[in-house]
Design a protein around this ligand. Structure first.
Ligand code: 13P
Ligand code: SF4
Length: 354
């Protein structure tokens, strides 16, 4: 739906008043009405780097979800303030691994006698607490665009990886990109005693996958892939690695949101694509590339927005920008110093990956 012209004008005016003091970051899953005000758009990796590259901006307004704003706070200087326009914009996947559960898991690994061999690799989609745990135990963060490089690095440091919190990204990367077998992976369920695993199973595993997932990407299944192939002959299926292993195995191409965009930019006219990722992005890409004769459809028949990403809408953005322009710092995301120090270690290991 088109943006309310009054709100558009208010956002423009507040941004103009703030000038270089504000820098607005927009994740690819954000609504069009928000994306139009982003100074930069990107996937999780690009946005983390871009946030760190703006030391002159007093305010970083993060149009994305909570863990992204936390990461931006960790990577920016202390006098820069990161603002999330709606504090309820969380991520259900990130919520699937709490600091307590992860500490308990580490005890289980210690009991099994393997903790010393285990390197934690945590997906960007995790809380600052989980990132701090990762940094403290010699691990790194990864995103969907560098998961293979992170795992290559981790297996140089140790024999096993504890992958948090997205089991699918962990499994897909291990099996698809690293040549491991499904049997090399076990799933640690934080709601079961000992993760639902025996010490023998833990000792035999190379990848210990946390039982987390993205509810948005979890909606796609093998039927979605088969249906679209039957409906659109010659279609290329391109999916995000947060999809299940069966979907990724059935797809033609797999990649992060940034990778999906780059793939479509270089796709030939007349090509047909079914995209398995969040709907705001897929709709935007379908509209953008239709004039070039590229047919782009959503992989599933039912709509599938990320409800928490969608919480950031134009009214919330206007409110945040106008508040900042009037000198009221609202919705600041600030990670405490101790957590920040260890989380930063893990994030910097990621930024230093070859
Ligand atoms: P990327 O943009 O890094 O591919 O991540 C997708 C996602 O789910 C962000 O929450
Ligand atoms: Fe979290 Fe999935 Fe939404 Fe990304 S798309 S923010 S992983 S719930």
């Amino acid at each position: 739906s088109p943006s309310d012209p009054d709100l558009v004008e208010r956002a423009r005016a507040a941004k103009e008043k703030l000038g270089d003091r504000v820098f607005v970051l927009g994740h690819h899953y954000q609504r069009d009405e928000v994306i139009q005000f982003a100074d930069v758009t990107g996937d999780s990796f690009k946005l983390a780097r871009d946030a760190a590259a703006r030391p002159e901006a007093e305010y970083i307004v993060f149009c994305g979800v909570h863990f992204m704003a936390e990461s931006a706070d960790i990577l920016t200087s202390d006098d820069q303030k990161v603002v999330l326009p709606d504090l309820a914009a969380g991520c259900s996947m990130a919520d699937m691994a709490t600091a307590e559960q992860v500490a308990e898991c580490w005890d289980v690994l210690t009991e099994a006698g393997i903790a010393e061999q285990v390197v934690p690799v945590s997906y960007m989609n995790s809380s600052a607490d989980i990132k701090a745990f990762t940094g403290k135990h010699g691990g790194t963060i990864c995103t969907s665009s560098n998961a293979k490089r992170a795992l290559d690095w981790a297996f140089e440091q140790g024999e096993k990886v504890l992958f948090l919190p997205d089991q699918h990204l962990g499994r897909n990367t291990a099996v698809r990109d690293m040549g491991m077998s499904l049997d090399d992976c076990v799933v640690y369920n934080p709601h079961k005693p000992n993760g639902g695993l025996t010490a023998e199973e833990l000792r035999a595993a190379k990848m210990i996958l946390w039982r987390g997932h993205c509810s948005v990407h979890g909606r796609f299944n093998l039927d979605s892939v088969n249906d679209v192939r039957a409906r659109i002959p010659g279609v290329n299926v391109l999916v995000h690695p947060e999809c299940t292993h069966e979907v990724v195995a059935a797809a033609d191409h797999v990649g992060s949101t940034e990778h999906i965009i780059k793939t479509l930019e270089t796709a030939p006219a007349g090509s047909k694509w079914a995209i398995g990722t969040e709907l705001n992005l897929v709709r935007r890409l379908a509209n953008r590339f239709a004039p070039e004769g590229k047919e782009i459809v959503f992989l599933d028949k039912t709509v599938c927005f990320c409800s928490t990403m969608n919480r950031i809408d134009l009214p919330h953005l206007v409110w945040a920008l106008e508040s900042l322009a009037e000198g009221n710092l609202v919705n600041r995301i600030e990670v405490d110093k101790e957590t920040e120090a260890f989380a930063k270690l893990a994030l910097e290991r990621m930024l230093a990956l070859p």
